[in-house]
Design a protein around this ligand. Structure first.
Ligand code: HAM
Length: 421
């Protein structure tokens, strides 16, 4: 026997049972984005590697260690997208979508990061992303945060997901803070590992979200960026906090929340849960006003967030799949040839709303009756030779068995199954 092949590590198949939760999430996403006036955009999975270097940032883990990049046949370096914001801004600039108008966009699809796979962390995962371009105020930040909250509510998960927010201030605020932070960590240089020392040099803010327990005390004592914010950044943040309070959205101000992508400024936020173990971020985002210009567009404001579909799906209660509303069993062998054309006309009469599934396993009458016993379908049609000849069909529903005239069956089923639906 030849060797069986397996899926690539960290790139899981999504099987029908898990898809039930995912489809429910996707359905809510479509309803929600439509009701807030957001438009869907579909973007390629492959982009020029340069795009992510210039947006997510060369010093970040994503660009430094996690990208799936390769040279194509034309020796061009391409990368499987590790996130959606960069591609969305690239597309908006390329097609003039941001010219003198506000754009509210959303996307849903696979992203790729070469991370160490574990529960909740994959190398291929799916994000729902929302990006708004053209609005500098704090109110739109509250709106995108509210989109997240509405989704948790729709799915009954709101009590498990909490909001953390912070302000990273302007570029100047951060440059000042960076120096202070470097001086702080420098004093304890000998406690830092080689990679942490490198981080201290290149991107010291990222030391603040280090999970290394040896650094905890140092992080707790670190200067706080909030103290260094300019008046306008402070006022923006305070106004957002007030609006969130007015909307009844609970939040925690986490002064150490810095995010792992370089394009943010001012507001950043994360929706976290303690239901998923180490991978506790369900969604995250913030303001990234400089990015459109950095990618060659005109100066513009932008804010957005992305949510991990697999992480949210893992929080949903398990549902058992009920694959049929009506299950059909032909109890006598050889009958199916006669019954099949009639079943097709029945299918058309009852319409697509009801799932009518034929049991094709056949076999002896005894076996078929065993399967009837085990069936979870709302109603069961049993066809046997004798009744068929008398134009009668047996239907089992809620434990009761009825014989129904063949030509009455479609209206009988519709009434019984769609009543009040
Ligand atoms: P991010 O924080 O890198 O932000 O990812 C957003 C969400 O994607 C995370 O909170 C998590 O739920 C999910 N996620 C990330 N990596 C993985 C993984 N390896 N496996 C499973 N789920 C994962 C961004 O990607 C930004 N583009 C968000 C954004 C949009 N900011 C502004 N607009």
């Amino acid at each position: 026997m030849s060797k069986t092949l397996k899926a690539v590590r960290g790139m899981p198949d999504i099987l029908p049972d898990t898809l039930m939760a995912i489809q429910k999430i996707e359905h809510c996403i479509r309803t929600l984005t439509q009701s807030y006036g957001y438009s869907e955009i579909r973007l390629p999975l492959l982009e020029m590697t340069e795009l992510f270097k210039r947006s997510v940032g060369e010093e970040t883990d994503i660009v430094g260690k996690e990208m799936y990049s390769f040279l194509d046949r034309n020796d061009e370096s391409l990368t499987l997208r590790p996130e959606g914001t960069a591609g969305c801004m690239r597309a908006g600039i390329e097609h003039g979508l941001f010219h003198n108008r506000v754009q509210k966009l959303w996307y849903l699809g696979p992203m790729f990061r070469y991370e160490r796979p574990q529960k909740g962390r994959y190398r291929q995962f799916h994000q729902w992303g929302v990006e708004v371009v053209g609005l500098p105020g704090y109110a739109i930040e509250a709106e995108v945060i509210q989109l997240g909250r509405r989704l948790w509510e729709m799915l009954g998960l709101d009590e498990y997901i909490q909001l953390q927010i912070n302000s990273l201030g302007s570029n100047e605020d951060r440059a000042r803070y960076r120096e202070k932070l470097q001086a702080h960590f420098h004093r304890a240089k000998d406690q830092l590992s080689e990679s942490e020392l490198e981080r201290l040099d290149r991107n010291p803010l990222r030391l603040l979200d280090s999970k290394n327990p040896a650094l905890k005390a140092l992080i707790d004592e670190a200067p706080v960026l909030h103290d260094d914010l300019s008046e306008s950044s402070k006022a923006h943040f305070d106004a957002l906090c007030q609006l969130l309070t007015d909307l009844g959205i609970n939040y925690t101000h986490n002064p150490h929340l810095v995010r792992g992508l370089d394009y943010y400024q001012d507001t950043v936020f994360e929706w976290v849960t303690d239901k998923l173990g180490a991978q506790n971020a369900v969604a995250a985002g913030g303001r990234y006003d400089g990015l459109v210009e950095q990618l060659g567009g005109a100066e513009n404001s932008a804010v957005g967030f992305a949510m991990g579909i697999e992480r949210l799906a893992a929080m949903m209660p398990e549902e058992t799949s009920n694959e049929a509303d009506i299950m059909v069993y032909c109890l006598d062998e050889g009958l199916i040839d006669k019954v099949y054309p009639w079943l097709e006309s029945l299918r058309q009469m009852i319409g697509d709303q009801l799932r009518l599934v034929v049991d094709h396993q056949m076999g002896s009458r005894k076996r078929q009756l065993k399967r009837v016993e085990r069936s979870q379908a709302a109603s069961i049609i049993m066809i046997d030779q004798e009744k068929w000849q008398m134009d009668q069909i047996t239907v089992k529903m809620d434990g009761t068995i009825n014989d129904i005239a063949k030509d009455q069956l479609s209206s009988w089923l519709q009434q019984a199954l769609l009543q009040g639906a």
